[in-house]
Design a protein around this ligand. Structure first.
Ligand code: GAP
Length: 498
């Protein structure tokens, strides 16, 4: 299981290859209640996943960190929760009906369909894995140029030139490239006609744009101001592999920042920096993150950048920051016939605000956290452990309370401590198995602190705190425990870094 090792302090880490890494994360996520394939007993539903007992809490903690940093930490940003179903005209106005397409290619032998950019990107990663960096860079450059021009003939030639094969059939028998719309639709009402077609939203942003007037007026908002939202989005992704990286049902955390026309680039730079700081606050090393400017801008943008993270399958988009101009509000103004403007008292005029958007996929953020957190360690005594080094402030289980043995009043004392801490933290109580086994299980779940109650506790009211990452143990009094945990686990520790 463990291949080559390198050593830091008392621990020895085992580097993993990329494919193994992702496979291990998927298996670990299932074994420890983080992520299950959706409809598992029916053999799953492609690119749809369920979050288990620990995954659901970790997801909520990420949301909480995002919401607090974007909404609570700012005097001029508010949060909303708009409906998934929206008036069908919204998607016509936003351009999604006509332009939310991806160039796709089919393999004639396997009958599988692929997104062209994803197919070529996989080849780029393959080159990189083989140390052919120059070839990878050249392919990336050619693909970017052809995508920018919508040159489908050129893209197909590129696929052929690089001998890209279908992973299922091994065949190079490709169709021509065509555009496919990614929105899911369903019928509203009982007749099932096209007039009643509604879409499952492919982004949460439109729910913010169409509520611009409502929030601006009811919240007496003054420009610049932001509206944030967390919610589900749906896309009929064709290449939906790589676990929760590309799903058909996923969650987004988006914020639209409404600004004076002409000031959008200032705010675009501001939010680029802020969002990068948010990732760094979680302890993600800077070298695992990079900015990637969009070569081909979406129909609504005058500038766009991705924050990419080094996922187990390579650097990929984690978050987008987009300067969306006044495109969306102007379109909704036209399609709805309602004015979506702002009277600027300083300039003494009305205008349609410009918008800078920050948009991050919650599930991708989850994958970035667990893929960094998952570590296999060989310990100095020759034993091995798997540990999830999730940032302590967002770990799903914060504290495990463990009586050393199941007698002599230790369980009762442990439950007393559990009852003290449970109001502030998600705690586990566990008395089964040896203490060593219980520590290993908590390591695998990612619990940052184990509190052990032993016979000395009954004498001097002290407990052992065992630290997940270093495995060091401290002795503290029960009275000091709440303060000790508060100092370590307060989300403020992260929020003050942004
Ligand atoms: N409102 C702008 C917008 O939706 P996007 O780049 O299409 O922009 C934003 O999506 C983010 O949503 C991405 O950076 C990614 O993290 C996440 N995302 C997009 N499609 C996804 C999918 N199929 N599965 C999981 N996350 C996805």
């Amino acid at each position: 299981m463990f291949q080559a090792f390198f050593k830091t302090n008392s621990l020895i880490f085992a580097p993993m290859n990329q494919e193994d890494h992702l496979k291990k994360i998927i298996a670990h996520s299932k074994e420890y209640g983080y992520i299950f394939p959706s409809s598992d007993i029916y053999d799953g539903l492609s690119a749809v996943y369920d979050y288990g007992q620990h995954g659901a809490v970790l997801k909520n903690n990420i949301k909480d960190f995002w919401w607090k940093s974007m909404v609570d930490m700012n005097t001029n940003i508010v949060g909303i929760d708009s409906a998934i179903f929206m008036h069908p005209k919204i998607w016509k106005a936003s351009g999604h009906v006509d332009q939310f397409n991806d160039p796709m290619i089919d393999n004639k032998d396997s009958k599988k369909r692929y997104r062209v950019d994803t197919l070529i990107e996989e080849k780029i990663e393959q080159y990189k894995r083989k140390g052919k960096d120059e070839k990878a860079a050249k392919l990336q450059e050619s693909m970017d140029a052809l995508l920018k021009e919508d040159d489908f003939v050129g893209l197909k030639e590129l696929i052929e030139e690089h001998g890209i094969v279908d992973v299922f059939s091994g065949s190079k028998n490709w169709t021509d490239i065509k555009q496919f719309n990614l929105m899911f639709s369903t019928n509203w009402g009982s007749t099932g006609t096209d007039d009643e077609l509604v879409y499952l939203r492919p982004e949460t942003a439109q729910g913010i744009f169409v509520n611009y007037n409502n929030v601006m007026k009811s919240g007496r908002m003054k420009i610049p101001f932001g509206i944030a939202q967390i919610g589900k989005a749906f896309r009929n992704e064709i290449v939906a592999r790589q676990f929760i990286f590309r799903m058909r049902e996923f969650e987004q955390m988006e914020m639209q920042y409404f600004v004076r026309p002409g000031e959008e680039m200032k705010w675009y730079d501001h939010w680029k920096e802020k969002r990068m700081k948010w990732h760094l606050a979680l302890g993600t090393p800077r070298e695992k993150l990079k900015f990637h400017d969009h070569v081909k801008l979406a129909h609504y943008a005058n500038a766009a950048v991705d924050i990419e993270f080094e996922f187990p399958m390579g650097f990929r988009e984690l978050e987008g920051i987009h300067s969306r101009t006044d495109f969306d509000l102007t379109q909704h103004q036209e399609f709805s016939g309602k004015k979506l403007q702002y009277f600027d008292p300083e300039l003494e005029k009305n205008y349609v605000p410009y918008v800078v958007e920050t948009s991050i996929g919650l599930d991708r953020m989850f994958l970035s956290i667990i893929s960094q957190a998952y570590q296999e360690e060989k310990l100095e005594d020759g034993s091995e452990r798997v540990v999830m080094k999730i940032p302590v402030e967002i770990a799903p289980v914060k504290v495990a309370v463990l009586p050393l043995i199941r007698k002599d009043g230790l369980p009762e004392k442990a439950l007393e401590i559990f009852d003290k801490l449970k109001y502030d933290y998600s705690c586990h109580y566990e008395e089964k198995d040896s203490i060593g086994k219980r520590y290993r299980r908590q390591d695998a779940i990612g619990t940052p602190y184990c509190i052990t109650i032993d016979h000395d506790t009954m004498e001097d009211n002290t407990v052992t705190i065992r630290h997940r990452d270093s495995m060091k143990q401290d002795r503290v009094s029960v009275e000091a425990l709440e303060k000790e945990m508060a100092d370590k686990l307060d989300l403020k520790n992260l929020l003050t870094k942004i």
